[in-house]
Every structure is written in C-alpha cells, then in structure tokens.
Design a binder for this molecule. Structure first.
Ligand code: AMP
Length: 557
C-alpha cells in the first residue's frame, strides 16, 4: 500500500502530515504528488474538494520552495475568500515544520495595505482571489514575475464566477517558465480553453470518473408539487432529526423565506446569500461550522468555497440551472471518506432532467416517495426514545431527582410515560389537513401564510445578542416569558453579536414596546425598538448599528 514516505516527500513534510493524523495518501495525492515532485510539468487534475487535492499540490510546492529566496515562488488562485483562507491555513499546516516559511493570503473585503505589508516582508507562497490580486498587481503592491508554480484551484468555479479576464491578465504577469497546475471538479469547455491556451502539454489526472459526483454520496430525488417544497423539506427533516445540512435555493429571497420558516418551526437555520455583508456571511459560516446552526440555506454563489466537515445532507430545493452546479452542491457532503445524501425536490414536469443529470454526471439517482405523516411521527418518536435512553444522568442533579421522585411516587410507570410522551408531542398534528406528508405544523392561528403576511407581524430590534450569551432559543424564551406570551407568539428570532431581532403578531406591538420600556438587566438598559418596514431579515452592514450600552434610543433605524 502507498504511504506518504514512498511518494518521495521530505522529512519535514512527512512530520507535518503525521502530526495532522493523515495515515495514507488519498487517490489524488498518490497520483499527483510523485509527478509534481519529479517532473517539471503542467498538470490538469480533475478532482473535487474533499478529495485531498490541496495537499496534492501543496506538498510538492512546499518541497520545491527555496526558503533563501525571498520572492514569491508559488501562486495559488482560488475563487472565493473562504476557500483562499482555507487553502492558506492548510498550506500553513503542511509547512508547519519548515522554519521561515511565509504563506500570505490575498483576498477582497480586507485591508489591502495590511496584505501589501505582509507581501513586502517576503512571502514564498501567495494564495489569492483573482480580483484582489489583479488590483494589487495594478497598484504595484505585488510582484509575481518570479513565480515557479501557479495553481488554478477550482478552475470551473472561477470561470463560473466570471474571473476569466482577471485570470488571463494575471497570467500575463507570470513567467513562461513556470509550471501550471489546474484543478477542477468538472471539465466544461471553458476550463478546456484555459488549459489549452495557458498550459503546455499538461498531464491529465482524473480522480474517480470524469465529471462524476463523489461516490460516497447517495443521490435521491422526490417528486414534489412546486408549492409543497417546504412541506417536503419538513418531511425530510422529520425523517432525519440529526441532519447537518445545506439547502440550496435559486434566489436570495427564497433562501431567506425558507430560513425564516425553519426558524419559526423550531429549527436552527440561517440563510447565506449575496446580500449579506462579508462580516455577516463570516458570522453565519462560523455558526454553521461550530454546528450552532443545523441547516444552512444558501444560494449557489454564496455557498462557493464552503468546506464544512460532516455535512450529512445536501438538499436541492430546486435544481440548479447548470447541471455542473449539481456536482458542486452534492460535493459538499460525502467528504473525507464519510457517507452523505444529496436530495433533489423535483416537479413532475421536470422529471426528464433526472435522466440528463444521470447521463451527464454518470451517477444514479434513486426515486423515493415522501414518507407519510405517520411514518415521520414514528421516526421522531423512535429518535426521541433513543435520545432519552442515551441521556447520561447528571450527578449534580441527583439531589433534585429525589424531589422529582417524591413528586411522582404515586404514579404508575405507564401513566408517567404517557404523560411525558404527551407533553413532548403535544404540538403534533397527527391528522394533517394540508398535505399527506406534512406533519407538526403549528396551529392555524400562526400558519406560515399568516406569519409571513408582512402587515400582520411586527419585527423588533433588541440590544442583546450572542455576546450576552444568548442563542435564539434562550432569547425567545426570555422575551416570551417576560411578556407572558405563548411559544408561538414570539418567532423568527435572529441573534447577532451585539443585538437581535424577533417578530410578534401586530396585536402585541404595544405590549412589547411598553413592557421593555423600563427594563434594566445587570445595570444595563434593555432597549426594544420596532424595525423599519421592509427591512431584510439580516440588515445590511452599513445600517447595522447597535445601541449596546448607549442611552440613545436611535440604535437601529
Ligand atoms: P481538500 O480536498 O484539499 O479540500 O481536503 C479535504 C480534507 O481532507 C481536508 O480537511 C484535509 O485536511 C483532509 N485530508 C487531506 N488529505 C488527507 C489524507 N491523506 N488523510 C486524511 N485526511 C486528509
């Protein structure tokens, strides 16, 4: 069996790889590393993220770097800031045993002078997004005229995002003598053109089948009437209570709507889309990575470069326009040897597209029927039973347990179980009228339709947030119990760092505003204000102004 040593890597790199706990090289590493270590060649690698391709080009690049030369020798272009930072971090880890190595990330949305300063101090490898790099070249803040290696990572994504002209102009500043290594998950004609135009007789390496989705992904589809998509999503969530997933929608508005509905239905969800500021996107991504959010509702553009471990499900709320995009979506799951599921909701009239995907991507999609309400309920009950069986008894609760036991000492075990079960599942509508597979909808009083009617709800700003140790659940409880309202009366709770938002039915407007008028917590005035009409769920950055700690009432206008 191949091991890292047999690939010809230096001791320092082997030590770093060992420190990271990598035991055997992945397929792309076994194929690519010996070539890039021994031959001065251009290379095209067809491999998705999650296959270990960063190490496949990163390790040979590190081995070839001459630390004595204080000039940029390796350039890695990546489509997004997120991916750029991930690659920089990974290269840093692979080079952790190489003294004096300097790897710098160059990307938009951050201070350009700071990045220029780091470059000036002498960097061996630069990882960059095309737009910012081009800008720095134009301002003469960076010199890439001596590079020996140039990597175009996720080339299909970069071209999808319209970086062709930027890449072309960047490559004009690089020497002809360099080696170019291009990595792409798919091989659309545009990537072929780049390879043809800018590379010399590249060696082609394919990991798995050309253009195929990862083999660790189980591709499933459900025929769902267009208006029942949300119901179908809830059914999938009902069958997979431990899901950690990404839901892809076509539009920003849709991501937002779906996220709002999910939050309202008690799920930990958040939307990520192009209207969020970079800081807001970072905050959402961080929460997702830390699993504080269970479901990320994303547009394709916003999800580019997302590399989050352990995603169990990708849900295609609608199919993407380009079939290739499906590869990127489904590639977010089934990574690092784990199994994942990619689910497509498709209308009857679009069913023919399933065959197209199967043929083009050479994968098998299996049709599944939506579970019935009863099946979902049974599944939820099973999950709940397992959770109870697996709950450890906290020793510090023991003194209070005695009290609880005493309280229930006259109860028959069966009755007790009935009571606990009934309390847990009290909100479930076992005979749903809305759809054969929908389950657990909230009462009529707060049906989605009503709650989403903007003229019937009010959205409030409150000057406490995650830095006050609030999560959406605890904040909801706080507001609800303070106002003495029911569980469903406070909804769409969104916690940001310094402040938060929540919604209530319009009829509670005076109650909310009056009740919070004179509330002080820990010597701090709690301020609650009505947000402006038409405000987006996530406010734009420039409007994001917290009045945390201030006496002014003008916090969020
Ligand atoms: P990549 O495809 O480069 O984005 O890598 C995906 C993930 O796999 C990263 O988190 C790497 O740290 C990890 N990885 C890369 N190579 C190996 C390996 N040989 N064994 C185990 N994990 C690896």
């Amino acid at each position: 069996m191949t091991n890292f040593k047999s690939l010809g890597l230096d001791a320092s790199l082997l030590k770093a790889v060992e420190k990271l706990g990598f035991e055997t090289p992945t397929e792309v590493q076994s194929k690519v590393i010996p070539i890039l270590l021994n031959d001065k060649t251009d290379l095209v690698g067809l491999a998705q993220t999650g296959t270990g391709k960063t190490a496949a080009f990163g390790l040979p690049m590190l081995q070839h770097i001459d630390l004595e030369i204080r000039k940029i020798q390796g350039l890695i272009l990546s489509p997004t800031r997120e991916l750029c930072l991930q690659i920089t971090n990974e290269i840093g880890q692979y080079g952790s045993e190489i003294k004096k190595l300097n790897v710098v990330a160059v990307y938009g949305g951050a201070n350009i002078s700071e990045q220029a300063k780091k470059i000036k101090r002498g960097s061996h490898i630069v990882v960059a997004t095309p737009g910012r790099l081009k800008d720095m070249i134009r301002r003469k803040l960076i010199d890439i005229g001596s590079i020996k290696f140039c990597v175009l990572d996720e080339a299909d994504e970069m071209l999808n995002m319209g970086f062709y002209e930027d890449i072309k102009s960047i490559l004009n500043y690089t020497p002809k003598t360099k080696s170019s290594w291009l990595f792409s998950a798919t091989m659309p004609p545009e990537v072929h053109t780049i390879a043809k135009k800018f590379m010399t007789a590249p060696v082609e390496i394919t990991v798995g089948t050309k253009n195929a989705g990862t083999k660790n992904v189980d591709h499933q589809y459900f025929i769902v009437p267009g208006r029942e998509r949300y119901t179908a999503l809830r059914a999938v969530l009902g069958m997979n209570p431990d899901i950690f997933g990404c839901v892809f929608c076509r539009t920003k508005i849709e991501t937002q709507k779906v996220a709002e509905k999910l939050i309202q239905d008690g799920h930990k969800a958040a939307a990520i889309h192009g209207d969020l500021s970079q800081n807001q996107r970072d905050a959402v991504m961080q929460s997702f990575r830390k699993k504080k959010i269970q479901l990320l509702i994303a547009t394709d553009v916003a999800a580019r470069g997302i590399d989050v471990e352990d995603i169990t499900h990708v849900i295609n709320y609608q199919l993407p326009d380009e079939i290739e995009t499906y590869t990127h979506r489904s590639g977010r799951t089934g990574r690092a040897g784990k199994l994942g599921t990619s689910i497509i909701f498709i209308t009857k009239s679009d069913k023919r597209k399933i065959k197209l995907i199967e043929n083009k991507l050479q994968i098998k999609l299996t049709e599944f029927e939506m579970p019935s309400a009863q099946e979902i309920l049974k599944n939820k009950i099973q999950h709940w039973i397992q959770q109870i069986k697996n709950t450890p008894i906290k020793s510090d609760l023991k003194p209070y347990l005695a009290m609880v036991h005493k309280e229930f000492e006259d109860f028959d075990k069966e009755i007790l179980v009935d009571l606990i079960f009934s309390k847990e599942f009290r909100n479930y509508d076992i005979n749903p009228k809305i759809s054969s597979f929908d389950l657990g909808k909230k009462s009529e009083k707060y049906s989605d339709k009503k709650i989403n009617a903007p003229h019937e709800k009010d959205r409030f700003f409150i000057n406490v947030g995650s830095r006050d140790q609030y999560e959406w659940t605890t904040l909801k409880d706080f507001v609800r119990s303070y106002l003495k309202l029911g569980t469903d009366d406070v909804f769409q709770v969104e916690v940001m760092k310094n402040f938060s938002f929540f919604s209530t039915h319009k009829k509670y407007r005076d109650l909310v505003l009056k009740s919070f008028e004179n509330l002080n917590l820990d010597n701090r005035k709690i301020s609650v204000e009505l947000t402006k009409k038409g405000k987006t769920f996530f406010p734009k950055k420039k409007k994001k102004k917290s009045n945390y700690g201030s006496k002014s009432k003008k916090g969020f206008k």
